[in-house]
Design a protein around this ligand. Sequence first.
Ligand code: FES
Ligand SMILES: [Fe+2]
Length: 413
Amino acid sequence: VTTVASETALLSLLGEQPADHGLPAVFYGADDVHRLDLERIWRSSWVFAAHSCELRNQGDATVLQFGADSFILVRGGEDVVRAFRNTCRHRGSRILDRPATGLKALVCPYHQWTYSTSGRLLGCGGMERERTIQRESLGLHEVRVVEVGGLLFLAAGDDAPSIEQARSELERALRPQGLESAKVAARRTYRVRANWKLIWENNRECWHCHVGHPEYIRSNFDTALPSDPELGRRTSEINGNLSALGLELDHDEAGLAEFPTPDRWWSATRTPTTAGFVSESLDGRAVAPLMGDYAEADVGVLRARMLPNFWCHASSDHAVTTRLLPLGPGLTQVQVTWLVDAAATKGRDYELSRLLPFWQSTSEQDWTLCERAQRGVLDAGYEPGPLSPGREYNVIALLDWYRRALGNTSQSS
Ligand code: FES
Ligand SMILES: [Fe+2]
């Protein structure tokens, strides 16, 4: 547990930082900060856990972990996905290590205490004959889980903010994408040797894109000049295709949409792609059949994000989600998942060799940049430097969110 003394010192150090500078090294590498991040942010937020299509059938389960806390998600009785703490009510053993299908029950590998997929303790090896125990009070500890447009978010603690507004806004944006009727086509899981905040900082600016992402920059206007005439032309072209769905682009300016903002830890925006790019693929052509409600391929890219651990880019034919989970101050598990329509067949409707390269290379380029940044900020010579209001406004906003989230009680100051 973070000591009160170190917590006070850390919060006052954070409070002294100019808002338009990066954070001191301790925020990227210290165990005390990692514990405080887990306590104040990760255990008090809605954390992206999985896609509902990964738990399509009763008895499908998956696991995830941040810090030392592990959670089981399982589709159980009444076809409901529930989330439980992955620790046995007997002597605490981890119960599930990896995704599973067709589970009739959750059985602890240690002494085989058995729980229903709704978390009830069904059997404890006859222990109730030796001593009085209340089986009904020894069910798995349940945590809240909500589904948002085919995405499952869990809240480890009771103090997570209401997700209702985020849910309705994201559901509206995600509806045409049809993630509920998608399937996982591929997944890459990385152990990125960088603090989770550095990975977000990198995600929140595209200054590095010109040099860092030669493939990515060809498909969008993130690095375009505001006066680029192609931006207006593509916006009206794509809006023409979207109008049949009652949709339109809502980010038609050059550069990244503003996120986060003081009142939003989630957002979704649809942005235009450049001429020739109907999908975020290397050659700009579709790489899979249309998803969801789309009748046209050329509908821009739907981008969604939720702090502290989720973002996604969805083209008309495929979606790519990114999930961050902190494993230590300098280590983050990053899971990148490619989704296509559930009816699409590999080899006939899509090929991984065309589906993956765009986001696999862009993601891996980012992890390399983040690991390089991590090594640099832990150098004794590192000093937080100034951020560009024109190109790093979202990094400034992210750090503002972080300061308020960590301070928690001093959010208004
Ligand atoms: S710790 Fe799970 S059955 Fe003993
Ligand atoms: Fe990047």
